[in-house]
Design a binder for this molecule. Structure first.
Ligand code: SF4
Length: 154
């Protein structure tokens, strides 16, 4: 094995060790988080299932069971959203959307291929969307399940 091959081998070994240590730390962390939330730690590492389990411990739950037997946000946000005045999201296609909750760009405020960001930010579309949040945030599909403004640390 020549000197170059040795260097590559050392690099690969160091990389694998660092990767392994990070993976172990990550698994232990999510395991402990699940246990604190009242769920078995193993549930954290089962793909798909780990996204479906709800925290047993009320303190860590984002939702509560209502009288109809369905889940609702524990602390639904009021008619406000600081995101509307602090930032937006640009999709891969250049559409400007209000936030990352608009995953399918259903509330596109404009497209950077035709308008500047400044024009879109001050557009009638954007102002109308901001107004609708101030009037009735629960009436906007993407905002209904959003915890923006809620005190999630209580
Ligand atoms: S989904 Fe949430 S962050 Fe996005 S606009 Fe609605 S309230 Fe604001």
């Amino acid at each position: 094995m020549n000197r170059n091959e040795s260097s590559i081998m050392v690099f690969v070994i160091v990389f694998l060790v660092v990767f392994l240590v990070m993976a172990i730390v990550m698994v232990v962390s999510i395991w402990k988080i699940f246990e604190r939330a009242g769920r078995p730690g193993w549930a954290a590492i089962v793909p798909v299932y780990n996204h479906m389990v709800m925290p047993e411990n009320e303190q860590y739950s984002r939702y509560k069971l209502n009288r109809k037997g369905t889940f609702e946000l524990k602390q639904p946000g009021g008619n406000h959203c600081w995101r509307m005045w602090s930032g937006s999201v640009v999709t891969w296609a250049g559409k400007v959307v209000p936030c990352c909750f608009d995953k399918d760009a259903m509330h596109s405020m404009g497209e950077l291929s035709t308008d500047s960001f400044n024009e879109i930010w001050h557009s009638r579309n954007y102002k109308a969307f901001r107004n609708s949040i101030l009037l009735n945030r629960q009436g906007i599909d993407i905002c209904r399940n959003c915890s923006e403004g809620a005190n999630v640390w209580k």
